[in-house]
Design a protein around this ligand. Structure first.
Ligand SMILES: Cc1cc2nc3c(=O)[nH]c(=O)nc-3n(C[C@H](O)[C@H](O)[C@H](O)COP(=O)(O)O)c2cc1C
Length: 236
């Protein structure tokens, strides 16, 4: 079977890990695979916190409700939707474009799109601009076919979470392909974990925590069940 497909089909949410150290080169390969995931407008609106130092890992595991995968993992990867990174990201991409021979026209196009993006994303004090923009877009949508951009803070977090989740899946498949195992978790105390990581309530929201390590030999997963294909797919 194709290696990528095999890693996808082999991956399981592992509940107990053995104590192994993940070498920095392997860690980098896994994180690199994560950031190669597609993202909305290539904005990559997320940040990963790789928690591996024993004391910090133990503290983070406690905030993951002391779950066994968190307690036994070699590292905990906290995936954070980051809606405050957009200006820095567009600036960074612009610099990259300048250094890579993009035409002036392409640079201008990109700058214009980034500016429009910034205006759309600005929720204003108490979300006032967001509500106003939402009303305008909704009105225009009555007669024009258009997608609704994420103008409010909650919709921006939802928007960023989609891209972050794709990066999480890349991370888990990469780990599997490289001989490690994972367990995605949403069982955590988001408020305390955010404080522990020094996150901003305005810009950051934790999407999931991924326990990563080598599956314990004593760990036996139950048979994997999935809904039948016709229950999850509609072919038109
Ligand atoms: C968003 C999300 C949150 C999850 N949260 C937890 C969790 O907190 N603890 C846990 O042990 N497993 C968690 N899981 C793992 C699922 O229980 C697991 O993926 C599912 O039962 C299917 O098993 P499989 O991945 O081995 O096929 C989570 C999975 C996802 C995608």
């Amino acid at each position: 079977m194709n290696d990528i497909l095999a890693a996808i089909l082999r991956r399981r949410a592992v509940k107990t890990f053995e104590t192994v150290e993940i070498p920095p080169a392997l860690r980098e390969q896994i994180l690199n695979a994560a950031r190669h995931a597609p993202s909305s407008f290539n904005t990559q609106p997320y940040r990963f916190f790789w928690v591996e130092s024993p004391d910090r890992k133990a503290a983070a595991a406690k905030l993951c409700l002391g779950q066994m995968p968190a307690q036994t993992a070699s590292a905990l990867v906290v995936a954070v939707a980051d809606v405050g990174s957009l200006s820095a990201t567009s600036q960074s991409q612009l610099e990259w474009m300048r250094g890579n021979g993009f035409s002036d026209e392409k640079l201008r196009d990109y700058e214009r799109t980034a500016k429009i993006g910034r205006i759309i994303f600005m929720p204003g004090p108490f979300g006032i601009f967001g509500a106003l923009k939402w009303s305008i877009f909704r009105l225009v949508n009555c007669w024009k076919i258009m997608g609704m951009p994420p103008v409010s803070r909650p919709s921006q977090f939802k928007w960023a979470t989609k891209s972050a989740s794709l990066a999480c899946e890349n991370l888990m498949i990469a780990a599997e392909a490289l001989g490690l195992n994972t367990c995605p978790m949403e069982g955590f105390d988001g408020r305390r974990l955010s404080r522990f990581l020094g996150l901003s309530r305005r810009h950051h929201e934790i999407v999931m925590v991924i326990a990563i390590g080598k599956k314990s030999r004593s760990c036996v997963e139950p048979p994997q069940w999935r809904r039948p294909l016709d229950a999850t797919v509609t072919i038109l």
